[in-house]
Design a protein around this ligand. Structure first.
Ligand code: AHM
Ligand code: MG
Length: 348
């Protein structure tokens, strides 16, 4: 049986973009290469002294793991080598990295936002972790880059994807024309097309939320969780609860079998925990492209105008009818509390 490799697939799809001269294809290929290198290290982390803390904190005040730092270095190196990307915003860095300052020949047309190793608190436990990336196009690549250029709305993403380092390693991405998944064949070291044209089921039977935070959730989330737990044959309730605590793994399951993933605002994280640029926008783009929906509670994530690099937001994402149901509870609560709205700035 012959499989199409990621490289072949990317080249075939290049023709879908009228402006494409191969840069985006090369950028996606570079990301694929970095993912393979990280996969190699994740697989042997226990043997190669790559587990545990690095001994520093990132901008979020979170302890960095050795693999967080390793993955971050690999992506920056891979993206710096080609000249397609001129600016990187990484979850691990306070400020964006202007690659045109490191290499004056770099006139790259693309900006990349990346969470190099998401869910890294799971890494020492041999639980799936992932990489999440998002690519934007510069408005004008002839003028020097300004850091604010990376604060584009999610609808402007030209590509987004994730890599899941799980029982097998997969790369799933979209360029706005559907979602395709590739599984790494370790015998040939290539990502091969295994999940063409992925679509998320219209509804599911799984809800995914850190229920340990239940008492800290807003009322509409508590009500939705109770709704999930109630018996109702017609809607296949009670739903099953599944939460890995690794966004990539939780979203991957949600994409494949349907369901809903929620990380709402809590009293510990009043704005939500997950980051708009590195986590929520790319996942929202993928899930919408697969036919699902992604909101903050009621507002579409892809239309939020980012305020700063490390902005966090609440997220409800997954099968359309399940997200719709959460929105119903949100609206009911807002009606009760005199239409209080979230205070985010929107593009439209
Ligand atoms: P990270 O980027 O520091 O790894 O944090 C993000 C992770 C997500 O993968 C996951 O969905 C979430 O944090 C889990 O948080 P919690 O442990 O609070 O449930
Ligand atoms: Mg993360």
């Amino acid at each position: 049986m012959t499989f199409k490799t990621l490289g072949q697939f990317i080249i075939e799809k290049q023709a879908d973009f009228p402006y494409a001269k191969g840069e985006l294809s090369r950028l996606l290929r570079d990301i694929g290469i970095a993912a393979k290198i990280i996969n190699r290290e994740v697989n042997k982390a226990g043997l190669a002294d790559l587990l545990g803390e690095y001994g520093a904190q990132n901008i979020q005040g979170e302890a960095q793991k050795k693999l967080d730092v390793y993955a971050d270095e690999q992506f920056i190196e891979a993206l710096s080598r080609g000249c397609e990307c001129c600016y990187i915003a990484s979850e691990e860095h306070e400020n964006g990295i202007d690659l045109s300052k490191l290499n004056t020949a770099n006139r790259g047309k693309y900006l990349v936002c990346i969470d190099p190793l998401d869910g890294s608190s799971n890494i020492d436990l041999n639980v799936s972790v992932g990489t999440i990336f998002s690519i934007y196009r510069r408005k004008d690549s002839d003028v020097p880059i300004r850091p604010e250029e990376v604060l584009q709305c999610g609808i402007e993403q030209v590509a987004a994807g994730y890599v899941i380092y799980g029982s097998s390693t997969m790369l799933v991405y979209t360029t706005g024309k559907g979602v395709n998944g590739f599984t790494l064949d370790p015998s040939i070291g290539e990502f091969c097309l295994s999940h063409p044209d992925m679509t998320i089921p219209e509804t599911g039977r799984t809800y995914s939320v850190n229920e340990g935070n239940y008492l800290k959730f807003p009322q509409y989330i508590k009500q939705y969780i109770k709704y999930c737990q109630q018996e109702d044959e017609r809607t296949s309730r009670p739903y099953t609860s599944r939460y890995i605590g690794s966004m990539v793994a939780d979203i991957h399951r949600t994409l494949v079998i349907g369901g809903v993933f929620l990380y709402p605002e809590t009293s510990n994280y009043p704005e939500g925990k997950l980051r708009l640029l590195y986590e929520c926008n790319p996942m929202a783009f993928i899930i919408e492209q697969a036919g699902g929906r992604a909101v903050t509670g009621v507002n579409r994530i892809l239309e939020l105008k980012p305020q700063h690099l490390h902005q966090r937001i609440p997220i409800v994402i997954g099968s359309r009818t399940m997200v719709d149901k959460v929105c119903e509870f949100y609206i009911q609560e807002s009606d009760q509390t005199s239409s209080e709205v979230s205070g985010y700035t929107f593009s439209g």
